[in-house]
Design a binder for this molecule. Sequence first.
Ligand SMILES: *Cc1c(COP(=O)(O)O)cnc(C)c1O
Length: 372
Amino acid sequence: MTRPFNFSPGPATLPPEVLQQAADEMLDWQGCGMSVMEMSHRGPEFLSILTQARDAVRELLSVPPEFQILFMQGGGLAENAIVPMNLLGATRADQAVNFVLTGSWSQKSYKEAQRYGAVHVAASNQASQQTTLPPPSEWALSPQAAYVHICSNETIDGVEFQELPDLLSLGCDAPLVVDISSHMASRPIDWARVGLAFGGAQKNVGTAGVTLVFVHESLLGYALPICPSAFNLQTVAQNASMYNTPPTYAIYIAGLVFKWLNQQTHNGLVGLAAVEARNIEKAQLLYDCIDHTPFYENKVDPSCRSRMNVPFFLRDARLNDHFLAEAKAAGLLQLKGHKSVGGMRASLYNAMPVAGVQALVNHMQDFAQRHG
Ligand SMILES: *Cc1c(COP(=O)(O)O)cnc(C)c1O
């Protein structure tokens, strides 16, 4: 069976090997007579699934031992409230949360945080209409900010930090909070620069329903009294993500994806290095096509183009529907751009093979030739 290539921004394409294993194990997980959906979250079967998932993601992303890995619910959006509720109880001289606004998702985080504390915009890319990233050396950081929030990959606008900022070198000793929802496990993370990172699994590492939170131990224990217990990071950590029933099936799928990612090879590389190399190759293939075909356009500055989410426009927007219909007929699904941006968007998450991007590029070149 050949499946079409799915460029959805999320929930998104998954590795066929993972879907096949889940199908094989659907009625009876490893001979226990139960589906993963049917087992107690406190039983030995699920505990082994949870432990394996946690170990696999720690290995994949080289997460240092001083970081807790939490499996939560509520998605990236809930974290926009969960993070301030958990960090704003710490006493710092200047309690404003500093935001770097680089697109739709950091804007959303900024709005939500205002419900819990003072906020300050340290930098924004609004002047360039979200086509650049403000260089960290120009950020107006509060030296004692409660924390600094960035979205390291803006899913809708298609801008991505190629390197995380080193706040200490910028004279700011606040923890860095990073929304990694849409490029989690697509590249390494420099944990020395991070206080907390979060993201839903459904973009790049699994299905909707589980949110991963990586939090440095030193940030636990500062929740505001209004923080719900089930969203108190210290409580969740102390209970190893089992304070309440975790999203068991979503954790199982994410665990299979982490295992699959750890096993990837590409050009002699293994694991995350292989995954990153493949992601670079895929992004290059598509951006090259866009840049070299006058029929198409991507407006993001090449220095900060996302490897994961590639928005692009047909110069003649009247051909959009036709482009999408022909793409679908050619087995290329979910390429329509976000409604706030228009045009097209191709999401090239980890499970998208190079062959899928090649098929897209072939379609784009063929379409341009026939309509250019
Ligand atoms: C999708 C997305 C979110 C929202 O995630 P939900 O799981 O829908 O809450 C937040 N941030 C970024 C960068 C995203 O791509």
